[in-house]
Design a protein around this ligand. Structure first.
Ligand SMILES: C=C(O[C@H]1C=CC=C(C(=O)O)[C@@H]1O)C(=O)O
Length: 422
């Protein structure tokens, strides 16, 4: 690689200067795995139903520039050496730049079974696990509920035609020891209904990584076949079977949740229709579940008219869907910026990969945390439509935090939870 490769630039902060110098990430195939894997040592990992993808090191990042992101990625993949794909994350929205790079090493393993081989257990993890945790809601639950009420007022006033606004809140977590990114990823990957992910993030300070377990597929492309599996409409699962069944039935029968869900399906169909033939979508949403949540989901399939549209092009077309933003998109994004009062960064963006062939997978970056040393920032959001109740939406975000908190071994107050609950 030379300076003449206009589309390439070294990954920010990467001390490595050439592909041959990129060592296997510590804790991932290295002979002596450390007891704790800080965010800095993590490769890009996706553990999904179809396969486990592990991409270590970074050869070159997609350059910033005036050309569309898809074109810059194509240029990067046409030049130089290395695996024929980019991996990384798309932010929720501007002004944050996308974080896409060509890894130095790639291994793919069928199903989730490859996870153990690709990502060995850190040794002595138990002995170094944090014991004290401080959890601070930012904003407070009360402030979040007030923001939901304000969103409802905006929608009822009919301004900008707003029909849906997805509002999130965050938890700031500080542990007394380094938070082990490998252990967190491993715990999250145990839920077979989600795609667990770890994306090392660029940083000018302490190393950072986005770690999560998303149930939502933004878009996947294999040849001409396109699939998407939007989710919207949620309910906390119950431990007792009868109550769990009742929660699911209440969700599928909820007019408010079906309306919230329809906004997402309609937006995705609108975006895909000009680019696809054979678009197929069930008339009714389906119940889908993770270990902790029920959701309404709709599988959508189609065939690409134009084979030059890559999985990344499709992700950029669809993102942000009303599952994380709202409708109309522009007005909802403005309302979110005003009512949430913080930058989402990569939360509610997308994580995934795209090959030079155009095939790839992009997952909605929800149920995730940004890790950095002893700190984590968790995010959870809920779709607000007419008829939403601020207290219920606050409880829904608590339910959505449960996946990450349980994997960390704590509750929303930072109290360690018993092993059988963790
Ligand atoms: C925005 C989130 O969830 C989205 C995905 C599924 C269901 C959702 C809901 O019911 O509100 C959200 O649209 C999140 O988990 O932070």
């Amino acid at each position: 690689m030379t300076a003449s490769h206009g589309a390439m630039r070294r990954r920010a902060g990467a001390a490595r200067t050439d592909a041959t110098e990129v060592a296997p990430a510590a804790g991932f195939g290295a002979a002596a795995a450390p007891s704790v894997s800080p965010a800095s040592d993590m490769p890009f990992v996706l553990v999904g139903a179809g396969e486990t993808l592990v991409a270590g090191g970074a050869l070159s990042s997609v350059a910033e520039g005036p050309e569309p992101l898809g074109a810059r990625v194509r240029q990067l993949l046409a030049e130089g050496e290395g695996p024929d794909l980019v991996v990384g994350a798309l932010p929720f929205g501007a002004p944050a730049p996308a974080h896409l790079y060509r890894p130095a090493k790639l291994s793919r393993h069928p199903g989730r079974g490859g996870f153990a081989a690709a990502v060995p257990s850190p040794r002595r993890a138990e002995s170094v696990r944090p014991v004290r945790w401080q959890v601070t809601p930012e904003p407070t639950l009360a402030a979040y509920q007030a923001a939901v009420a304000a969103a409802l007022t905006r929608m009822s006033q009919g301004g900008e035609g707003l029909r849906k606004i997805v509002l999130s809140r965050s938890l700031k977590i500080i542990a007394d020891r380094l938070i082990d990114a490998t252990a967190l990823l491993r715990a999250l990957a145990q839920d077979e209904s989600v795609t667990a992910f770890c994306v090392p993030l660029p940083s000018t300070g302490a190393p950072r990584a986005l770690v999560g377990a998303t149930p939502e597929l933004l878009v996947s492309r294999r040849g001409a076949r396109v699939t998407s599996h939007p989710l919207a409409g949620s309910s906390r699962r119950a431990r007792e079977a009868g109550a769990d069944h009742a929660a699911a039935q209440a969700l599928i029968g909820s007019e408010k949740d079906r309306r919230e869900h329809r906004e997402v399906v309609a937006a995705i169909l609108d975006q895909l229709a000009p680019h696809c033939t054979d678009l197929a979508v069930p008339g009714e949403p389906e119940l889908t579940s993770t270990a902790s949540m029920w959701h309404l989901g709709t599988p959508i399939t189609g065939r690409l008219r134009d084979a030059s549209l890559s999985a990344l092009d499709l992700a950029l077309l669809l993102h942000p869907t009303p599952a994380v933003c709202g409708t109309p998109r522009g007005a909802a994004a403005r309302a979110i910026a005003e009512l949430e009062g913080y930058e989402r960064g990569f939360y509610a963006g997308a994580v995934g990969w795209c090959e030079a062939s155009g095939d790839g997978d992009w997952h909605v970056a929800i149920r995730c945390a940004e890790l950095s040393g002893r700190e984590a920032r968790l995010y959870a959001g809920a779709g607000i439509v007419a008829g939403s109740d601020p207290a219920a939406e606050g409880e829904e975000t608590s339910a959505k935090f449960a996946a990450l908190l349980t994997a960390l071994g704590i509750d929303e107050n930072g109290i360690p939870v018993a092993e059988d609950r963790a």
